[in-house]
Design a protein around this ligand. Sequence first.
Ligand SMILES: [Zn+2]
Length: 249
Amino acid sequence: MLPEKSEALVIRHVDFSETSKIVTLFSRDFGKISALAKGARRLKGPFEAALDLLSRCRIVFLRKSSGGLDLLTEAQLVSRFRPSGKNMVAVYAGWYVAELLDGLTEPHDPHPVLYQEAVAALERFADDSTLDRSLLRFELSTLREIGQLPAFDGCLVCGATTDANLTFSYWVSQSGLICRNCRHDEFTHLTLTPGSLAILKRLAAEEDAGIDRLVLSPQQQKEIRRVVTAAVTHCLGHPPKMMGYLKGQ
Ligand SMILES: [Zn+2]
């Protein structure tokens, strides 16, 4: 067993014994890993409280070949997730990031771009004024990076592209677009006005979405939020737990 090094975010931790913890980390180079951190519950232990939820650390671990828990041998704190003041919404948004990384990625499946998006999102959550868009950006980046982004460029049934002069909706059960001509009353669909669709595509693209300059009307925010929550629910197989705390974001 050779020691592996990476940078990682702590996305879950549970006490394992009087002195140890089991931590789930989302690492930049190895994806999600679960590791035993011996002595992590000791105040003066080897990890010096680096393993708080959503802390970003430089880690060294030994990979177990048998499919068991990896062994964390070092964790050096880079930064903590500490939104300013009493901004609970930012805290909930952070927990939601942890929920999605844990629920939507597979162990030892690296996604370095998603790692960067998660780090950037946690930093941006400190800014109240852009939190709604930062959150949408992170959710859409996650879906894109795991290959589950709904196709926002045309109707799933007839293939009409969004350039066509048609109105489109989000088809909930199929997680894609459906045009007005193909829609049926029995399909559950969510309205997407052309302006919302354009913003959705911009937030989902790999290039920088320019969140600071992106202005959404309350109606666009509402439409995009409903579609993104539905798409995340479709992938998770259940509604995200933290979404209940993030109403209005
Ligand atoms: Zn169609």
